[in-house]
Design a protein around this ligand. Sequence first.
Ligand code: XMP
Length: 518
Amino acid sequence: RILILDFGSQYTQLIARRVREIGVYCEIHSYDMSSDAIQAFNPKGIILSGSPESVNDHTVGYHAPEIVFQLSIPVLGICYGMQTMAAQLGGQVSGSSLREFGYAQIRARGHSALLRDIQDSTNEQGHGLLEVWMSHGDRVEQLPPNFICIASSDNAPIAAMADETRQFYGVQFHPEVTHTLQGKAILQRFVLDICQCEALWNANNIIEDSLIQIRQLVGKEAVLLALSGGVDSSVVAALLHRAIGEQLTCIFVDNGLLRLNEADQVMATFAQHLGVRVIKVDAQARFLSALAGVADPEEKRKIIGRLFIDIFEEQARQLNAIQWLAQGTIYPDVIESAGAKSGKAHVIKSHHNVGGLPERMQLKLIEPLRELFKDEVRQLGLTLGLPAEMVFRHPFPGPGLGVRILGEVREEYADILRRADAIFIEELHQSGWYSKVSQAFAVFLPVRSVGVMGDARRYDYVVALRAVETIDFMTARWAHLPYELLERVSNRIINEVNGISRVGYDISSKPPATIEWE
Ligand code: XMP
């Protein structure tokens, strides 16, 4: 396995995803990981990430632990990682007056083990040329002893360096981003050829490993899972069911704020198709009455979250002898929480429905997806036999339609919104746009607008359509859906859904708008 030491680059997660795509397990840890922990991790190679910081601004220990260079294993420094490697091993780094950001072409020199035969084209001298993505201010000015320069660009005479004997490599560019065309080939070269890792990390192996681990951990004890129908909890359910069968019980709460036919689909997939024991709780009326008269978004979120926990606990109490609570925490949640707590113990993100429950109910926590990225979770889901439409479903917030009905939530509004939303999603699927956008949905606006249908005047509600493209949901761009598609959706909604006279399309990006309207 590969250890990635993180210096805070926005691309660190991408490095990990690429390494895993290559088929090798890796973990991200903070750059100040202790020497003991690094040795215990027993990596076959180490990657030092980039960073927004400058090497020379940091006299105070913003560098790789010395042990990284003493373990006799290959090390790859990327951007800041290369600079700190250079500075720590006796080279020199300085601020460059020419910042490089974006595409650059580098010329590979000589025949380093890292770049040999990897190129996009060649120049007249026979040097390999590579299109790469640069993003740096500092650059390496002087190589450390025993290093050679293995690539140059116009602004970075030392764009890559190597000490072939010790197998230390540095690249000024970012091989982990897709803009670097040969990036994956370079990472593959490092991980498979130089570090000699085997490409064993794939869905089947992950499942086999997890089954063993889950069985060891749980033994004969009983596990409870809050099944939401979202990708993560669905994959946890399928995985646990395969591992421990009848020892798993799922609780699925229909809060009345789900999408059209969602509850039936979840029950059909899990209870009927996979044979998982699922307790379905019909709590629509309880949620609606708890939400009556409440218009404030945060207040609504709290009510929905609290009631969910009450119901979950009620149900759990009726079961006997549950020892474990399963949760669909995935690796980005772990990294994010660890980052937020600066490397200390992780906290579960507050929007996880069951956050805080394990302690309250005195249950042990099992999180079988803790090491996986979303794309790996999806792959696992498919391999475990979950339907593609479930596995590739857009994210849906815990409070559901509760935050997509602006202001007070009423059953009538939810029914109207569900139908409008289903039409939008159906048309997105039909046109091939569903998979091109990251999240799409309809929003109910409880204001009336005048329209005319046939000869009759209508005075009905408004829905807004929202579709965004995003990588991480932290920033998002509104999707430029074709006018014809929007037109068809609008016509169908107004014709087919009683109670709606007007459809708008949301052209706000995040920031400053958020993805959800509340
Ligand atoms: P915003 O609206 O904050 O949404 O731009 C970013 C992503 O988070 C989802 N979201 C939520 N998920 N509980 C959740 O489980 C919530 O209260 C919640 N609010 C927003 C949203 O759907 C989007 O994917």
